[in-house]
Design a protein. Structure first.
Length: 155
């Protein structure tokens, strides 16, 4: 769980080079308390946004470009391990630097948390272990893939 005091703190969760590409979601009221993940889509489409935080870390935002829909065959999401058809799971890409992007096959709408919570509801178990694993996979992508310091240093 983490807290975002203002719109500015939400924007500052993103890397400086991504901030101009972020369109903040309408209708949020601050301070905002986030349980696990905050996700939303750009109103014009083509881009989705994720904000999460590791334990003792600062809120970390990633801006993803969507790359159209994949083929209509089932794919498994790399993060929540739920399976969706081509439109449900697709290759999203985030900027690594000015020239390169890094892709990951995940739920196109970043709805991983909701899917894991639904799954836990159906089986009558706690979603927490699955959500902690989800955050760890997001963290690995951000830290090892995008080289973002999750403690907030150098941001
Ligand atoms: Zn997923």
């Amino acid at each position: 769980m983490f807290r975002l005091a203002t719109e500015q703190s939400l924007l500052e969760a993103f890397r400086p080079k991504d901030r101009s590409r972020v369109e903040l979601p309408p209708g949020l009221s601050f301070p905002l308390v986030v349980h696990h993940t905050l996700t939303w889509a750009h109103p014009a489409g083509g881009r989705v946004f994720l904000v999460f935080a590791v334990p003792k870390g600062v809120p970390t935002g990633i801006a993803f470009d969507t790359n159209g829909t994949g083929p209509a065959v089932p794919h498994m999401c790399d993060w929540c391990h739920q399976t969706g058809l081509g439109t449900g799971v697709s290759l999203l890409s985030a900027r690594l630097d000015a020239k390169r992007t890094l892709g990951v096959h995940i739920c196109s709408d970043l709805g991983c948390q909701r899917k894991l919570e639904d799954e836990a509801d159906r089986s009558g178990t706690s979603p927490l272990p699955a959500l902690e694993a989800l955050i760890e996979r997001m963290a690995r992508f951000a830290r090892d893939g995008l080289k973002i310091d999750l403690t907030g240093a150098g941001r």
